[in-house]
Design a protein around this ligand. Sequence first.
Ligand code: KMH
Ligand code: ZN
Length: 273
Amino acid sequence: MAEGLLITVAPTGAETSKADCPQLPTTPEEIAATAAECEAAGAAMIHLHVRDGEHAPTLDQSLLREWVAAVRESSNLVVQLSSGGSVHDPLDKRLEVLDAEPDSCSLTMGTTNFGDDVFSNPWPFVCELYQLAQERRIVPEFELFDLGQVHALGRLLKTYGLPHGGKVHCDFVMGVPGGMPGSADALVAGVAMLPPEVTSWSATGIGRTTLSVALASLSKGGHLRVGMEDVLTIARGVPVESNRQLVERAVELGRLAQREPMTPAQCRELLGI
Ligand code: KMH
Ligand code: ZN
């Protein structure tokens, strides 16, 4: 595993409303500023969910393009668009995310209960999205919400071969109600099951599992995803002020583990972009 530390920031997500969290970046101007300050703080990649003029999640193609351009103008961050969208987005619109030409796209390896909702990722959709990403030369980040999805990743790679660029990067998304718990034990089990083709991995813990997952990931030599998509408090009852604050904390944890944050250029090399 690399000595450098990839920090991915997931600044917005599709689940939190602007009304509940005014500091959530939900406009092109806010996302541009967030990207610049998170890069300066030590992030190398951004995982983007786009919002519309009413701050609602959207997969509108022109807005996707506008947000990608805004991040590219204000930073050098590797741009990863979410193909997961919100639990309400239809599968065909989620495939169209790739039309916005990001560097990377998220690609979830199976259907997951998501609180009271269902995050739908039927196998034929996973295969179609993967092959489309290969065709378009967009590097996927495989999102793993449970151990069955780790196994499914091996099956996908055996069936369709490696992603564009030849590297395989995945991200454990832990602590979602309906997925695997955000515990060190679950992470250790997931890492042990990774298919041999995997070249790098990160982990994120939702809500109160954020610190235990980050520490477990560093202990196992993994990378980190942080951001307001995944956690809205910096300590019990204390709201997060900004995504930069979460990136700064990840940098601090990394330094304790003697891991220096990667630059976007190093991230591109790691991911084969
Ligand atoms: N918003 C979740 C339903 C992804 O970005 O690919 C899906 C999600 C995963 O956040
Ligand atoms: Zn996401």
